[in-house]
Design a protein around this ligand. Structure first.
Ligand SMILES: Cc1cc2nc3c(=O)[nH]c(=O)nc-3n(C[C@H](O)[C@H](O)[C@H](O)COP(=O)(O)O)c2cc1C
Length: 341
């Protein structure tokens, strides 16, 4: 095995997911061994993600993707990072902020790893309509066994009542969040209403990926009141519910981590979980709003019997399902993400 340019692994790793496809990461390639990773403060979501939960997720999923892609070319990665929950600065000032340093060393061979660059390249989020079918027990067993060595626990439900309550909560929370103008504005700038726009920017939530028309998406953000009238609300809500109604399996991810590094590792393991689902032909779709909205998060904990005094931290709820192949979301070309080399 010969040495491979660092850029080759980064070209794969930038396909890792990010909240609202904001892709906040930027890179400084100091030399072929040393990479510094930064985040761009102008790409954060300070209103929706006020405690930077999803930024943390996005950045650590990227780190895991760099690790997997580097291994493919025979490199071992070591990550050096400030071991604190960082106070991210979401400011208009677009000067990149330091996140971590990744040093790689050439081993000359690939270490056995269940995941590959192809998994990272081909994984995606599907929001297409769904044919009812719970995820099979064989897949659940594989996920449970995989997760048993990771830093969190997963619980599955295919109980229709529980799922229906979670879906209602999710749809209500999306509407509640988006009644606030500042939240709508934040997403407005992150949304791409036509394919041309999405392709040109290489980022953002593409209407086609959201499985709604660009016009309707625009209308929703710009004239939100129209969707919240007594007469229209049931129809608007059913539009969101329709997209996710027939959910076979919901999975909640819980941990009782004590230290920041355990929390970071949880997100790295979540990336692996996402890839594992992909390997089984299962799509993982996060329900982000019910986690970031603190009120809803409390209701959700009650709904699934986690009590207030319980230390368990419910930090992700996802639906798992089989889907037709969705539209791929775009990525900003790697060259625009490299600050310095
Ligand atoms: C931390 C995190 C939270 C997310 N939350 C949501 C969500 O609430 N709803 C949703 O439809 N997609 C959610 N996503 C999926 C992203 O929108 C998606 O990864 C991004 O648009 C890129 O698309 P891809 O996954 O198909 O590559 C989330 C992704 C991450 C990393």
């Amino acid at each position: 095995m010969n040495k491979t340019p660092r850029k080759k692994t980064l070209a794969v790793a930038i396909h890792s997911p990010s909240a609202h496809n904001t892709q906040p990461r930027v890179f400084k390639i100091l030399d072929e061994e040393t990479l510094e990773v930064f985040y761009d403060p102008s790409r954060l979501l300070p209103i929706e993600d006020s405690i930077w939960r999803f930024l943390t997720a996005t950045m650590w999923m990227l780190v895991e993707s760099i690790h997997i892609a580097s291994n493919e070319y025979g490199y071992l990665c070591e990550v050096d990072y400030p071991n604190t929950l960082m106070l991210y600065q979401a400011v208009k000032n677009p000067i990149p902020k330091y996140f971590c340093t990744i040093k790689r060393s050439f081993q000359g061979k690939r270490i056995e790893n269940r995941f590959s660059s192809d998994d990272i390249l081909w994984r995606s989020t599907s929001r297409l309509e769904f044919d009812w079918e719970p995820v099979g027990n064989d897949i659940i067993s594989d996920i449970v066994s995989f997760v048993s060595t990771s830093s969190f626990r997963v619980y599955f439900s295919d109980n229709k009542e529980t799922i229906s309550s979670i879906l209602h909560l999710n749809a209500d929370t999306i509407f509640e969040d988006l009644r606030i103008k500042e939240t709508r504005d934040e997403i407005w700038w992150r949304s791409r209403y036509s394919n041309g726009e999405a392709k040109e920017s290489g980022d953002g939530l593409r209407a086609k990926c959201m499985n709604i028309s660009g016009l309707l998406m625009k209308l929703f953000f710009r004239h939100n009141w129209l969707f919240n009238l007594k007469a229209t609300f049931p129809f608007s809500k059913s539009l969101i519910m329709k997209k996710s109604w027939w959910v076979g399996t919901v999975c909640r991810i819980i941990s009782d981590f004590q230290r920041p590094d355990e929390w970071f590792q949880s997100w790295r393991d979540t990336m692996k979980l996402w890839l594992l689902c992909h390997q089984h032909g299962v799509y993982m779709h996060p329900f982000g709003s019910i986690i970031t909205n603190e009120n809803t998060n409390k209701q959700l904990r009650k709904l699934i019997d986690i009590h207030d005094h319980d230390p368990e931290n419910l930090w992700l709820v996802v639906r798992l399902w089989k889907s037709k192949k969705p539209e791929k979301s775009y990525r900003i070309p790697l060259d625009q993400k490299i600050l310095w080399e």
